[in-house]
Write a protein that binds this ligand. Sequence first.
Ligand code: NAP
Length: 294
Amino acid sequence: MNRDALNIDGHTRIFGLIGNPVGHTMSPVIHNTLAAYYGHNLIYGAFPVVDDPVSAVKGAYALGIGGLNVTVPHKSAVIPALVDLDDFAAKIGAVNTLVRIEEKRGYKGYNTDMPGLYRALQQENIRIEGETIVILGAGGAARAVAMMTASKGAKRVYVLNRTVCKAEAIVREIAAVYPDCRMFAGSIYDISDLPEEKFLCIQATSTGMSPHTEQAVIEDPAFYERIHTGFDLIYNPSDTKFMQMVRQAGGRAYNGLDMLLYQGVIAYELWNDMTVDEDAVSLVRRRLKEEMRL
Ligand code: NAP
């Protein structure tokens, strides 16, 4: 690693995150670590954008900003400011990475959250294709997970949520795009209609996040008996109650740290037209754990 190579000068390319709030973000850790590792002359910061993200994106292009990440609440609102949109991001209706396209005088939008989750699952040999998958939640993340699992050839996808009509809306929308995937909507309070066979469960609600670490979105131990693998999108705490209940029932359990890590790695690859190697990925993972004291 060559940290000395990072000298800020007139050639330094500037990248960053827009969103509100951005104070808690781990993205600078990911990108500045990779820049130092590869000796790239770039820096990454956080820009709080309270309102008018469209003007922020246009202004960023005018200022020569090399690329941006986008976080809540602007992931959909920035789309009208873009000159191009990746197909999968268009299906999800949300972008988290903007890549500067000089010829088009603007940014192309991508969604690296779902490729990031997919890469994290692949690293652990967790299959999607042909599988039965239960997704807990029907917010922005759950909707994207449902779209990703359907696009990767899941056999059946169940979306369970506290507010059932939101799960139903996701199922309707995705079934229309991926008719080969059988989609079902239900309530987190009624698990009687779930399949008998064991399934992969992706926990995409905010229940169990620090400081409410004593909660799991479903508390019934019978539910966990059916899970062969549980993947919680939450990474703080690193061992959620959901994960503990999966393990207690005999399943394997993972947190969302590698999803966070890989969404950043994939953004970095898009910005720099390269592949990030495994040593760099391991270094970033260590730095993230240090920063979050995980
Ligand atoms: P969101 O749009 O606000 O959705 C929140 C979801 O949690 C909804 O389904 C909501 O149900 C459910 N929920 C909240 N409180 C609940 C409670 N007390 N009981 C039952 N259900 C409850 O959030 P999001 O953007 O989808 O994010 C969801 C989680 O994914 C967050 O923990 C976030 O940190 C995590 N995430 C991780 C990564 C990563 O890189 N690892 C990336 C994105 C998101 P209702 O619809 O009924 O309100």
